[in-house]
Write a protein that binds this ligand. Sequence first.
Ligand SMILES: [Fe+2]
Length: 484
Amino acid sequence: MQFEVTVDPPKGRNPRLPNWAGAIAHPAVEFGPTPLPVLSGAIPASLRGSLYRNGPGLLERQGQRVAHWFDGDGGILAVHFKDTGATGLYRYVQTQGWQAENQADRFLYAGYGQQASGPMWKRWGTHTKNTANTSVLVLPDRLLALWEGGFPHALDLETLATQGLDDLGSLQEGMTFSAHPKIDPETGEIYNFGVRYGPQPSLQLYGCAPSGQIQHQAKIPLAHAPLIHDFGLAGPYLVFLVPPVHLQLLPVLLGLKGFSDALQWQPQFGTQVIVVERATLTEIARFEVEPWFQWHIGNSYVTESGALIVDLVRYQDFQTNQWLQEVVTGQPQTLAPGTLWRLHLDVKTRQLTHQHPLWHCDCDFPSVAPQEQGQPHQFLYFSTQSSPDAPTEEFFNAIGCLDNCTQAVTSVVFPEGCYPMEPVYVPDPVEPSRGWIATVVYDSQQHQSTVQVFRAHPLEPEAICVLALPEVIPFGFHGRWQAQ
Ligand SMILES: [Fe+2]
């Protein structure tokens, strides 16, 4: 099949901006189920199932850009791999806020960085929009679009039709369900948390059945109101690394500041390590270590000698939030590299006994094969720059793979002007010890997005399959694979 690429230079590229900015220059265009032409290679016979990806699809209305990349309305890409070929579709999550703003044709609500428009007395207590834009969780009968500031939204697994807010059986008003749930590969149990802000901030912990139904909950008090984006599942533990980023709640409630601007870096408090026994959801250790910030934990596990290992991408401070805010302008200027680190924690003595860097280039979006979640892993995958000297305004141009046995990193470096999103691991059902990495790549020269699949054990540099998507997919955050 011949695939014709429609190049639209005015829409895709602005010569004053970096090449990647074309991917977020305009709101994503929805498309219904569309057969995806194979541009090169072939879809492996056993690669059957669905790739789901979430991210901010709409960053602008009537020429007004959102205040922060995290404010964009969530759009979901689904790619269904079937015996008849691959089919893709893209739909916005039809949240209440997206529908109201669509009707008004302007932004109405406050968000992570966004403040509601209008005079302060009108903004006070303004409803915050649930953007449903961060990740997905695949349940047996529905897909959840996740956002850490509120409830998930349920969608149809095949059509992506929005079904509405989902309380997982027992979420109450004011509770949140974060965007990085962890699934026990042996039992299918799902663990997650939400931060509760207020006079007595706390961590709300959830243990869910494989159906998504919340079965256990617990509340752990916090000394401050932090920003916690991710956590680790490590054998019998859940581990939280609470960074010294503290929310000033009052200016947010009064409408004087957006949530993002009210987050303060307070390094004098250090990072708090909180270890929870997951069988009972009770806290068993809490101690303070040096300050850093992290968005993501790649994996965590307990060694035979009892050490709690955490692989994560660390930032020196919270300047990464400023960089992410500047993304919407197409010209981020703030220096905020993240580096891959390994921590050795001793739960009994409550100490960080050892730590060392694992990779020297700016990187993020670390993950492992789902069957190794919470257990010692062989390979850890991540998005990365191919050079430690990459310019501040550049997006990741490579995918890295760290071999846990040799500590060596192999990487796929994409051609100039091509930018991969987070690598998503796809297990091979025929050979469970093997799998693939699937990613969505924006080619700024062609102004086109593709789905690309690579062999993952170890990561091989040539894609075994490249599929053309009918529209540009804006850079997103997280995705998951669901086997057929
Ligand atoms: Fe994330």
